[in-house]
Design a protein around this ligand. Structure first.
Ligand SMILES: [Zn+2]
Length: 335
């Protein structure tokens, strides 16, 4: 019996619906009265009529509560065995929805094992405007987010290797204030680019962002010019720059460094755009076509060079690195 059917089944306390060969999940959740005690049977609480609870079933058997995950795609919502989900690089096997990754997960998935070396970890954001948003000081919000994510800022920069070819990466983490570009995010990216100018290591930006960080006002907008100017120098020096756009990449990040890659890659279904669709519809007073601002749409319209499934990212990047640097990679690729 497929495990999904087990989760969907209605269970009555008298056990009459339990087909042969299946585990009775309500056993051990609601204590059944002893057969020889009629009085206890009378006084026992009425059996639950609600649907079977996977949580109760899981708890009853001391199985970790995160054994299953549900696909976040609204049109799918498939229940997936966590181990299979992880093995599939956090892509839903049914609808191929690519779940968002933390910077740490992305680095672990993309780079050769143990090859990553953090740069500029000591750079921490300040609060130049003394900004308060929704009754919370920006400074407090930063501390709260740093505690939650374990990261000092929304981008992690450093050097690593893909199939033994060294490169420099900047990986954004959307769980840190929507990976918005504050002055330290911009500074870390600009420094990474300048380091690549010095040592000529190819630079890969794994982008995701809600845009500029409003808490830092003009200081965050200035990062668009700073990162773009640094990339112009990298281009003049003919050091390759690859961009991987992940869900979602929007706002001032799309309008600056995330739109300037020599090769623009994106994950399937990733939201890629500048302003949100609702804002565009309000301003232009036109209904946008379906799929606007998705990676596939941007591929059709020339902003992106290739939409790459997560399982193919490492081989694709390895091939690009080999082509652009002339260095052989550790693995052989057909074609
Ligand atoms: Zn799915």
């Amino acid at each position: 019996m497929p495990i999904r059917d087990l989760f969907r089944r209605d269970h009555r306390a008298d056990g009459s619906t339990a087909p042969a060969g299946t585990v009775e999940p309500s056993a051990g959740v609601v204590p059944a009265p002893a057969d020889d005690d009629e009085a206890a049977r009378e006084l026992a609480p009425p059996p639950p009529r609600s649907r079977f609870s996977p949580r109760a079933w899981i708890g009853a058997r001391n199985v970790p509560a995160n054994l299953w995950v549900r696909c976040v795609n609204e049109r799918c919502k498939e229940l997936i065995y966590t181990r299979e989900f992880e093995k599939n690089l956090r892509v839903c096997q049914k609808c191929q929805h690519h779940a968002r990754l933390s910077a740490t997960e992305r680095i672990g998935m993309l780079l050769d094992e143990g090859s990553f070396d953090d740069e500029d970890r000591g750079l921490r954001p300040g609060d130049p405007l003394g900004f308060v948003s929704a009754g919370q000081r920006y400074q407090d919000k930063l501390v709260e987010t740093q505690d939650k994510t374990g990261l000092p800022e929304a981008v992690v920069c450093g050097i690593g290797a893909i199939e033994s070819v060294p490169l420099r990466v900047a990986v954004a983490d959307f769980s840190f204030m929507g990976a918005s570009m504050g002055s330290v995010v911009g500074e870390k990216i600009a420094r990474a680019i300048e380091r690549s100018l010095d040592d000529r290591l190819p630079f890969l930006a794994v982008c995701s962002s809600g845009g500029a960080r409003m808490h830092e006002g003009i200081f965050s907008l200035m990062q668009m010019a700073k990162t773009s100017a640094a990339l112009a120098r990298l281009g003049e020096a003919r050091v390759p720059f690859f961009c991987l756009l992940t869900d979602p990449t929007t706002g001032g990040v799309t309008a600056s460094f995330a739109g300037l890659g020599d090769v623009m890659l994106a994950e399937p279904g990733a939201l890629v755009g500048f302003a949100g669709p609702r804002v565009i519809e309000q301003i232009t007073k036109q209904k946008l076509p379906p799929g606007t601002q998705r990676a596939e749409f941007q591929l059709e319209h020339g902003m992106i060079d290739k939409v790459v499934h997560r399982r193919d990212l490492r081989p694709t990047l390895a091939r690009l690195l080999a082509l652009y640097t002339g260095q052989p990679t550790a693995a052989r690729h057909g074609g």
